[in-house]
Design a protein around this ligand. Sequence first.
Ligand code: PMP
Length: 362
Amino acid sequence: ADNRIYNFSAGPSMLPVPVLERCASEMLNYKGSGMSVMEMSHRSKVYDAIIKETEAALRRVLSIPQNYRVLFLQGGATTQFAAIPMNLMRTGKADYAITGNFANNAYKEAVKFGDIHVAFSSKEGNFDRVPTQGELDIRPDADYFYICANNTIYGTEYQYDPETPAGVPLVADMSSNILSKPVDVSKYGVIYAGAQKNMGPAGVTVVIVREDLLGHYPLEKYPVMLDWKTMADKESMYNTPPTYGIYVLGLVLEWVEQMGGVKAMQELAAKRSGMLYDYLDGQDFYKAVAEKASRSHMNVTFRTGNDELDAKFAKESAAAGMSNLKGHRSVGGMRASIYNAMPVEGVEHLIDFMKKFAAENA
Ligand code: PMP
């Protein structure tokens, strides 16, 4: 782990060092199989054990109820933006809360498939917050209600599980906060996430779907690859699954369990983000971007208010051993993505740098 830097990337992002070391040590010969997991048939016995254990571990870590299926898919979260309406629409109505770029991209895909109602939008405030329960205008006859649980670009996160009218399943994109805290899966119809923040390398997308929501996909006219039921029936092996990414996810889950599970991840996330927000609130050189009640524990956005200084910050922080602190172009400023694998020392290092930079440039 020598020469590693604190990588504040929004994703793909840091992975736990013990996971990377396991990958390295098992690279050439996985458990006496004589081959790398990358080289293995997905139909082999040894790979079957890997995918089964990964699913079992995910079920343990997130306490996923029996009546939910777990799918390991390809195509990123973005493919699911279309798969969601394709799988869930029955009457053709769905409601979306638009809290950022990815929620909006999901909305734009859904519009191609039905009558989509905007239940909330924070676009006017450049997505600086998520809605309160009372602000949600959800139609009682919607096929589902859609949220993006953590808005990676803007640094906002739901601090509660939104309630929906009876019979309207809640669908959540948890790409950037899955495994960062306990979640009551039973409150959701579908939870899905791209892996490349808290779960492993890019290439695996996890879909957790309540069983009774399967089976309404018009397979006769839509592509088989996006049918969740086909994938569930074939245990994610209708075709070749993203084998190596699933293996790494299994290692990450083992690490999460050793660390104390998602409760421990939540405490660490509260500590890391709390240190940053406390510092931001106690000075006036930098301004935090997100509204207080909506602040993300995974992506902390802030700015100096001066574009040139922001650019200087990005440059000098890189020279000080921290990468990817430049904010997304649609927000500007800075963004520190502090996922599960970011050590507390990385955040201490960042705050020390922020203090020094403020003193030099105030
Ligand atoms: N949703 C969220 C919350 C994201 O942060 C991202 C970007 N990583 C996406 C969706 C899009 O994911 P992907 O690049 O895997 O399609």
